[in-house]
Design a binder for this molecule. Structure first.
Ligand SMILES: [Cu+2]
Length: 320
């Protein structure tokens, strides 16, 4: 290497080192100690992979279920109703051409088909046994939006017409905003409460204590992107690759014959575009916290406004 090349090379090494240290700090790993500046941690390089072979196999093993066209109906809450108290019961009906699709958690594997339930724009909660209601607990007073859609054991949503349903409702005398919620991070499934706040719910029911939130000003006639995956914590074999999945209402992407695009950005880095409505799998996340941002973009390159729901950022945690 010539002297002049060496002079060019060293500032690059220094720059990369400083950048990666800054990234680690920004990721919240404040107690990560850099042992030596000469061995900077590897930069995260994400690559998009095809559908993982394990999922391909799972699809074969479950027969025709992935060709099903499940149609959900929200029995309650009914649209625009007002519920007294902070616990909201959700009851759904599943119809359509199911081809054996039915939500249920296998007691051994703790996996199975389930419904994704989203209050306002919080992370979804999984709902498995739809023959009994799901409880939204500690819901704040005010207006709310509920979104639901069927999902597979690996959390990929069904995308047929009628799979996605949405309802707006009001809560009067809801969760006490001055009190901290039992789970504040919006990620942990709460344990059934032996003494529920309104005293009439069953401890055995599936449900979730919700963080305070309100509906955005959502118009169901406008294009709506619903963020589904990834969320929460990913460990070991589940941490690579990571699936990105979402639901689109009233919006066709460009490669599907429409005008829209979905833009995603990981850790605030350079955005990428999705032009087909299907999940993608990203490999190469390093351990730690990461942000995932999903946005619905119109043909002029702007985020489509719809109650703020068309630009959603979630934090996920990877432990390899
Ligand atoms: Cu899921």
């Amino acid at each position: 290497m010539s002297i002049s090349l060496r002079l060019l090379w060293w500032p690059c090494v220094l720059c990369l080192t400083l950048t990666s240290l800054a990234c680690r700090a920004a990721d919240g790993n404040a107690n990560t100690t850099a042992t030596t500046a000469a061995t900077p941690p590897g930069e995260q390089k994400l690559t998009q992979l095809p559908r993982p072979p394990a999922i391909e196999q799972a699809m074969k093993d479950r027969g025709e279920q992935d060709q099903a066209n499940p149609i959900l109906r929200i029995v309650f809450p009914a649209g625009n109703t007002t519920i007294n108290g902070s616990t909201v019961e959700v009851k759904l009906e599943l119809q359509g051409d199911l081809k054996g699709y039915m939500p249920h958690k296998d007691p051994v594997t703790q996996k199975g088909n389930h419904i994704h339930v989203i209050l306002d724009n919080q992370p979804y909660e999984a709902y498995y046994e739809i023959n009994q209601p799901f409880e939204l607990r500690n819901v704040a007073e005010g207006r709310h939006t509920l979104r639901v859609f069927p999902s597979r054991p690996w959390h990929e949503s069904y995308k047929n017409d009628g799979a996605f349903q949405m309802v707006e409702f009001n809560v009067r005398g809801g969760g006490d905003k001055s009190k901290p919620t039992i789970t504040n991070n919006g990620e942990n499934m709460a344990n059934p409460s032996p003494q529920p706040p309104n005293g009439n719910s069953s401890p055995a029911r599936e449900g979730k204590d919700f963080s305070p939130s309100q509906a955005g000003d959502v118009d169901r006639a406008k294009p709506l992107l619903t963020y589904s995956r990834p969320k929460g914590e990913y460990k070991g074999a589940d941490a690579d690759p990571i699936m990105i999945d979402f639901w689109l209402l009233n919006a066709k992407l460009q490669a599907d014959g429409g005008d829209y695009r979905v833009r995603y950005s990981i850790d605030g880095r350079e955005p990428k575009f999705l032009d087909k409505w299907e999940p993608i799998w990203l490999s190469g996340f390093v351990s730690g916290k990461h942000s995932v941002k999903l946005e619905l973009i119109d043909k002029d390159g702007n985020v489509v406004d719809n109650g703020g729901y068309n630009s959603t950022t979630r934090e996920i945690t990877i432990s390899k």
